[in-house]
Ligand binder design. Sequence first.
Ligand code: PLP
Length: 457
Amino acid sequence: MSTDLQTTMTQEMQQLDQAHLWHPLTQHQPYQMGFAPLIITGGSRCTVKDMNGKEYLDVAAGLWCVNVGYGRDEIAYAALEQMQTLAYYPLTQSHPKAIHLGAKLAEYLPNNPHVYFSNSGSEANETAFKMVRQYWRQKGFASKYKIISRHRGYHGSTMGALSATGQSERTRDYEPLVPGFSQAAAPYCFRCSFHMEYPTCQMQCAEDFERRIQIEGAENVAAIIVEPITAGGGVLVPPVDYLRRVREIADKYHLLLIVDEVVTGFGRTGAMFAHTDYGVRADVVTMAKGLASGYMPIGATAVSDEIFEAFLGEPESGTHLRHVNTFSGHPVACAVALKNLEIIEREDLVSHSRRMGEYLISQLQLRLAAHRMVGNIRGRGLLVGVEIIDAIDGSPVQDATMKSIAANLVNRGILAGKTTDIEAGHNNVLIFAPPLIITESEIDCLCDAVKSALSQI
Ligand code: PLP
């Protein structure tokens, strides 16, 4: 195809896009002045391609979800086969792919979990909140309904999940939020809310849960929800004993612990699940993104036996979970997730993620540690953040600087993530969460590009 024809087709698509789409987290006005979103038409392994055939290394794995990389034929065949066999059936009854997927997830988690399927991370968390509230009612503690989350944590876009989200720029225009949600401090060592340092701080951020519980009244609190590593909030990696301390506090006050593994699950942090890697038992685990590597939308909420049993009763007792999603446990999504997990296991992508994560951090440190705008490099597995600061006073750089670094990377053929709309003046972390199959040479390219992009600021 001639270049002119290609350009015309791209412009036509961009015009149609502007005329009809509303993009997430996007100001559309610049589009009217000639800026346009990338229109991605294909993907293979860690690379995606736009309409003009330009290739990009996608170190954001879409939205941190394409764990097994793009272009896996065997996943496409699994979807096709399932569509031909049974395109849809609701989980008000059952079907084999959901059964196998539930059993597979139970292999990865202790507590013999029961799994409720949904379509996204937000829905997985909404489901968790309803489950824990009903659980306490059925245990005779109807006053226990509050949920404590954390500053900078993200749990989704729907109203309950948003109310648990501790990011003021995400929540402020959508108030009033759902009552009963409040936040404790984030485990943000680089900018500690208590102006202390680990270990002398004795993890005041974890202790803050205890303060929060006392303010809310333990008799009113149903659960704590945390991401094992705050992902979109800036890749906040807590001290290794932090999550264990949170668990202890939850136990002390008879609260359930919901662990949001939507980003961190399925190898992202170099373990199948980050909370088990930290040696912690969760009552409820929510998951989505890497479960099907984004090949189909699917989320899941896994609860311990103990919680599940509180819902058992005579049919007319009304103690069952009164919650339904039409597409819960969609057979095609389950078939795709099963194939995806088979690939993660067969290729041992969990260990690969751990090794490549270590390599990524070491190479970033090698190239960037001396750069005066690099405040902190942190991560676990292939979830890595680089905090960009003002070279003179160390304050977070402005959004405009972050946008120009990201744009510079795009020009160099790198699609990276960054914190967006968290808190005014504190959106200054570049995020790398590539497909788990990334190679050392691709990591070298990424690190060289980041170094060059920063040198142009
Ligand atoms: N929980 C966490 C930790 C997330 O990062 C996200 C999305 O990025 C969600 C929940 C919500 O997932 P979804 O966008 O699939 O609704």
